[in-house]
Design a protein around this ligand. Structure first.
Ligand SMILES: [Zn+2]
Length: 497
């Protein structure tokens, strides 16, 4: 039966419509289950504002949670991963210019270890550890067999106000236990009775952690659930003691969340990363957000990032994460803090240090970046005469003719006819003709190393020359995506991205 308070709430829903700049909390979900959980956690739902940015195709639900006006959005159906999350965040900041607090809330795969007793339905909150920001993008790294995983990308950490609230809430949980969190979960489920079956807490017997070497059998598309195909054979399961005190409550864990564009379904790799980097959870979106939507990442654990199939916990894990996010919002005062847009602008406005610039230039350089150019014989001045007198060449030098040639001068000829020799000398002649212009060049070497014959190599070489010729450009670099690593090849995944 519908309660009086929920009826009252629904009546109120229809009336309230606010301006987009009255919303100060941005909440992003990846999948529909998480979106439902987030909506269910609202204390009051509003009409969508009319003044949103044109061209924003995000779906939004807006409302109030505690004292905060919250805008919630979700990735489009069928889209996953860091890039899609980044686009949703960027649209949201465009339409809701006054967002001050960012949250990424949803489900993730746990990485239980001897050090961390993570169970299904628990919550992992991103927190900086050992110099990492809280989110570790593990597809921007090197995984060499027998060597520790090397990280190659630096992400920003969560904003200060959120990190402070996380600590405040943690100490409250330490003193009083998880009663308040459990009350929020119960309240969400009670006020949304339709969700109880799919989002209620499953029985603890369905929480099975298989030993890492046990792989879920795959036989076609309709692989049965673990309860059927893997079973409860103790020899296959990792034995864990029952949680006595708080069996029906999530436990909150704080630490590193690993993020990548592919789903982690490999228990052996999971264990390796958990051991080497203290990873607690795997997911697919957060890395796309941290540098352009500084946020706290909250993940309810719905599986163990292995090959096994267990959908039972997804709903509850989503509710648990939403409840934690709601609890965090209770601790954040409504004071005047900077908007996320301002935070991002300030981060970007920072001029990189000389050391960072040198690092970046060094990362662009590769051994043979001008080998091919240097090995081409210089042409006798007369050899290029016909070229210098040709209409095509004179047009190419003439800025008024740019619309005709779009900056391209094509020279074609048989192999060995001397095209390279001419092109090496042509820019030199051009330099005399166009005194204040900067000439940069790249010669592909079909017989050279991969960078000598790839467009990546070309871009690296051209970019390096530009930055060297115009040092002022180095101050304009946005190094927020610059990755620290001694292997140059990996850094330039960013450039190709
Ligand atoms: Zn299984």
């Amino acid at each position: 039966m519908e309660s009086a308070s929920s009826r009252k709430r629904k009546q109120a829903d229809i009336r309230i419509q606010k301006r987009s700049d009255e919303y100060t909390v941005g909440w992003i979900c990846a999948i529909c289950t998480e979106y439902t959980a987030a909506q269910a956690a609202l204390d009051e739902e509003h009409e969508r504002p009319d003044d949103m940015a044109p061209g924003d195709h995000n779906d939004y639900t807006v409302g109030r949670m505690g004292k905060h006006n919250v805008v919630i959005s979700v990735l489009p159906d069928g889209e996953y991963g860091t890039d899609s999350a980044a686009l949703v965040a960027s649209n949201m900041l465009h339409s809701f210019a006054n967002i001050k607090v960012g949250l990424m809330v949803g489900v993730g795969g746990g990485a239980p270890s001897e050090k961390r007793d993570i169970r299904l339905g628990d919550i992992v909150v991103s927190a900086s550890r050992e110099g990492h920001s809280g989110i570790l993008q593990y597809d921007f790294g090197k995984m060499v067999q027998g060597e520790p995983f090397q990280l190659t990308r630096v992400l920003n950490q969560s904003p200060r106000i959120l990190r402070a609230a996380v600590n405040g809430l943690e100490s409250q949980y330490q003193r009083k236990g998880y009663d308040q969190l459990r009350r929020i979960i119960d309240d969400i489920l009670q006020s949304n009775p339709k969700l109880q079956r799919k989002f209620g807490r499953p029985d603890v017997t369905s929480d099975r952690l298989y030993r890492s070497e046990i792989i879920h059998p795959t036989d076609g598309i309709n692989t049965p659930d673990c309860s059927v195909s893997c079973g409860d054979d103790p020899s296959k399961l990792t034995t864990r003691p029952r949680r006595v005190a708080d069996e029906s409550s999530p436990v909150v864990h704080y630490g590193l969340i690993a993020s990548a564009n592919t789903l982690m379904k490999d228990a052996v790799l999971r264990d390796k990363l958990a051991l080497e980097k203290n990873i607690l959870c795997f997911e697919m979106e957060a890395a796309g957000l941290m540098n352009q939507f500084p946020c706290l990442v909250v993940r309810g654990i719905c599986d163990y990032s292995d090959s096994h199939k267990n959908k039972q916990w997804q709903g509850y894990a989503a509710i648990a994460a939403a409840a934690y996010a709601k609890d965090i919002l209770h601790r954040i005062p409504l004071k005047d803090i900077g908007t996320l847009q301002r935070v991002i602008r300030e981060e970007k406005a920072q001029i990189p240090s000389d050391e960072q610039k040198q690092e970046l230039l060094k990362s662009l350089k590769f051994d043979q970046h001008k080998d091919r150019h240097d090995n081409i014989k210089a042409a006798h001045p007369d050899t290029c005469k016909w070229l210098q007198e040709s209409v095509e060449y004179l047009d190419w030098l003439n800025p008024d003719k740019i619309r005709d040639h779009h900056g391209f001068l094509w020279i074609k000829g048989k192999p060995g006819a001397g095209k390279s020799t001419i092109m090496k000398s042509a820019p030199l002649t051009a330099r005399k003709d166009m005194r204040k212009r900067i000439i940069i060049s790249f010669f592909f070497n079909a017989r050279g190393d991969s960078l000598e014959k790839s467009t990546i190599g070309m871009y690296r070489s051209l970019l390096l020359q530009l930055l060297q010729h115009i040092p002022a450009l180095q101050d304009k670099l946005d190094l927020s995506d610059f990755i620290k690593n001694h292997d140059t090849d990996y850094r330039w995944h960013i450039a190709s991205h």
